[in-house]
Design a protein around this ligand. Sequence first.
Ligand code: ADP
Length: 648
Amino acid sequence: MTETTQTLPFQAEAKELLELVIHSLYSQREVFLRELISNASDALDKLRLEAHSHPEWSVSEADLAIRLEIEPARHLLRVIDTGLGMSREELARNLGTIAHSGTRKFKEQLAAAQTSAEPGGNAAGAAGLIGRFGVGFYSAFLVADSVRVVSTRAGSNESWRWSSNGQGEFQLEPVATSRRGTCVELELKPVGDGDEAAQDYCRPAELARLVRRYSDFIAWPIQLAAAHWDGPAELKRLVAADGLEVLVLNSQKPLWERAKEDIRPDEYAQLYRHLTHGEEAPMETLHFRAEGAQEYTALLFLPAQRREEPFQRPSEHADISLYVKRVFVMDHCEHLAPPWLRFVAGVVDSLDLPLNVSREVLVENRLLRQIQGKIVQKVLAALGEMLRERRADYERWWSEFGAILKEGIVLDHARREELLALCLFPGTTGAWSLLSEYQARAPKEQSKIYVLSGTSKESCERSQHLEALRNAGREALFLVDPVDEWILAQVDGFQGQEFLALEREAPDWELASEREHREEQERHMRATLEAVEAALGSRIQTARLSARLAESPAVLVNAPGSMGPHMARVLAQKQQAQRPPARILELNPTHAWTTRLKEVQAKDPSQLAGLAELLYGQALLAEGSTLEDPRRFAQLLTSFVLSGTSPS
Ligand code: ADP
């Protein structure tokens, strides 16, 4: 150690996380190579991008490569790249810290991954967490007792060595200048019986297998000195820029450039995992080429599961990387897909865009707008096909991503009907329904689509608003995603049929004779209803007889144009809702409680106010709302119970 060596602690959480990674991923330890190669590949991509504005770096394409170096006798493996490199500060920051507050979340997800996975296979789920948590580099400690990283930032003439044994500290020291880029040196652990297994990662055949399995499509050559190995004949042999004869372990051909027919599903899955840092296979793969006015290739994936981004707000943009003539330009390119397709992952490689495009230039780019249009069209067509041909898959997909797709209904007028046709809704049948399926099942005389808004399927199922509807043999669809409220507010209906919001609009299935009868009853009840209104004051707008109830004594109905339950909740959380808007109290005309109210009003009007309050309170409780004054409600209840069923 030199005098200038500095020993620094890992950020507290990093140490804990490191131990977790090491212990939980042990059986999947070979993923370390994929992670180190991905980092090297990123560093080369970044170098090429930055080099555009630094001609003085005189970067030569031929020099850009990843090299694996082995020293079996000393159990050493090095992953070397000629990429952007890291300064002293970057080494300390990137390799000494893990994003804040990640540990707890990581532990939770790890526990979930382990319990949900097969016994013995639990590491598969856990391994997917590596990339997601930005701890890829730390996977080196899965196979190494000690790791040394020597790095030289492009444009700098200082080199630094970062070293650690993964035990809570790392050292930083200056070293004699080496060439641009980064060398990660692993001192391999003796694992398994004796140190045979550790030496595995010093074996060329094993390294070649891992590269083929995890990193084949990496655009940069992954080289290994030919002196170590004869290798199979199909491996490319060449003399590298530094004069060394090497074997190239990866085919390097971007997957999207190969003919669709020649690509195996597991090769697509491999790229998908690389792009998403996950372990799952995609639900659907779209691979297409556009020729003519504009040439590009798109390889897009629809994921099967929603992925949480623990350190970030959920991304607003699809995870689509833009390449120009095979060269990586940017990831999360927001101009390639609208926000409501942000679940899409993949790659677009254009032949027509200039190589040095920047995000600013892209904003107004006509070519990109055309590509986006095509992507939207292709994704919707694929979803339509999945819906028709693989309904169960579609339902599973929809329950993960439907709420995102639905945003398009509000954001993209032109595609409204097309998107509505893809929407599945839960409902009274207990199964998912398309709007068209609902319409097909509805009786001929039904001219509207009945919908009920709620915060969950369960709360909708229990809703009193459905009592008479069920008795009339009608169905309702449930709107339980927050976005549904916007849709309802902006969309008139579907294929000429309007929506009827059950929690605020009157049922339209009541027969004329029934209505006349109810209106007649209401005239007889007028004085009682007015007394109820007087007793409840500003809490309700009006009291009236209901056409929507069967068993319950009363229900609260929202005033026309009132906000839905999600919006009300959001405002309440922000404490902006001073007083909820007054609602309408509807009484069940056939319920004994209504008869009792009428009797009390006639015989002993002084008792009516208490009874009205009780009725209002139980209507709130029945819909799952909270009482404004629970103590008063309890007192009223007690006094009515103790004075017998009759309040008089
Ligand atoms: P992730 O790659 O998921 O961000 P890692 O733990 O693998 O997380 O790496 C942390 C950071 O260290 C990277 O984001 C990158 O900035 C830097 N880094 C790692 N390896 C290299 C490398 N070979 N060259 C340059 N920078 C690197």
